[in-house]
Design a binder for this molecule. Structure first.
Ligand SMILES: C[S@@+](CC[C@H](N)C(=O)[O-])C[C@H]1O[C@@H](n2cnc3c(N)ncnc32)[C@H](O)[C@@H]1O
Length: 258
């Protein structure tokens, strides 16, 4: 299995994925609905499905007669089941899933973790049927460049340095549209949205949980010290501190109908 920094074996990873569903599913569903491509009988593919919440929703939407396929490196934290939901363990870097099949292919918060994002995107496109739509939602950490106060910005500077060392691309959001164009998709369009949150909110809890899981790795990278991590966690618990972190960048495009 390829190395993935937030492996599903980490203590608390199930809770962290549940927070991701709580924070991001509504936006993801809104972008899927806007494509108007999912209806009873459709075939959908979600790659890097995490706990499977979006795939379970897709399985309902394509019913009756459709199929929702959910792929992840690790299926151990999937907590949903449906008759027309097919769960598959797989690595999107190594090949397309049923080439030329799906009306909708989607991946959220996956490609920034993938060492060969180019290959992964090629395989996502290859999984589409002609006329099908690809929807990618990935982070861009642009908002942290204006984070306040300075200690929080210092934390994020360390975070970005750590992520580069670990092969994670937290600026991938801005690259999605040109990459989809280079892969031959048409009618490419996108938007980014940024949550504004305070300490004690679900987003702050998400960061607290993520940092707890990664703390040893962050410290041993040499990009942080314990005091800086504790200072950041203190802000995450302070309801008077308001901030923004990620521009979630949703980009879609269509495979030409031949
Ligand atoms: C940050 S989680 C996001 C989960 C879910 N998409 C969400 O947004 O809530 C990334 C997921 O992608 C999966 N993943 C990472 N690399 C992958 C790959 N090469 N192929 C398939 N899945 C992968 C991980 O196992 C994990 O479940």
């Amino acid at each position: 299995m390829p190395e993935y920094v937030l492996g599903h074996h980490l203590k608390g990873e199930g809770a962290r994925l549940a927070l991701m569903s709580q924070l991001l599913d509504r936006m993801h569903r809104r972008h899927i609905d806007a494509l108007d491509v999912v209806r009873p009988g459709s075939r959908t593919l979600e790659v890097g499905c995490g706990n499977g919440s979006i795939s379970a929703w897709l399985a309902e939407r394509v019913s009756p007669g459709g199929r929702a396929v959910a792929v992840d490196l690790d299926l151990s934290l999937i907590d949903v089941r449906a008759l027309n939901l097919e769960l598959r363990q797989g690595d999107i870097v190594t090949g397309a899933i049923e080439p030329g099949t799906f009306d909708l292919v989607t991946a959220r918060a996956v490609l920034h973790h993938v060492a060969d994002a180019e290959a992964a995107m090629r395989n996502l496109v290859a999984s589409l049927r002609p006329g099908g739509a690809l929807l990618l939602i990935e982070p861009d950490f642009l908002p942290v460049s204006i984070a306040e106060p300075p200690k929080v910005r210092a934390f994020w500077d360390g975070w970005l340095a750590w992520s580069r060392k670990r092969g994670i691309d937290y600026q991938i959001g801005r690259t999605l549209a040109p990459r989809l164009a280079a892969l031959g998709l048409t009618q490419i369009s996108g938007a980014a949205e940024t949550a504004i949150y305070n300490g004690g909110s679900p987003w702050a809890d998400y960061w607290t949980q993520t940092i707890r899981e990664l703390r040893d790795d962050l410290i041993s990278s040499g990009k942080f010290n314990n005091a800086l991590v504790d200072t950041f966690l203190g802000y995450c618990a302070d309801s008077n501190w308001w901030t923004q972190t990620i521009a979630f960048t949703a980009v879609h495009g269509w495979k030409p109908d031949i």
